[in-house]
Design a protein. Structure first.
Length: 59
């Protein structure tokens, strides 16, 4: 958690659909970035799948 604070992350409240949209956009951007970090890519994809599952649209 300390590293997230140092990197400027902060919690914000979004609706479920807003959060999914944000994570889908971030996931697409990471896929197209050759310099992406494994950790960041993994966390983004993991969180996106959790949100989709929660919404009931997990495929």
């Amino acid at each position: 958690m300390e590293d997230e604070i140092e990197e400027g992350f902060e919690p914000v409240w979004k609706t479920l659909d807003e959060a999914i949209t944000i994570f889908e956009k971030e996931d697409a951007e990471l896929k197209n970035n050759p310099d992406r970090s494994y950790s960041g890519s993994f966390s983004t994809r993991r969180d996106l799948e959790i949100l989709k599952y929660y919404r009931g649209s997990y495929a």
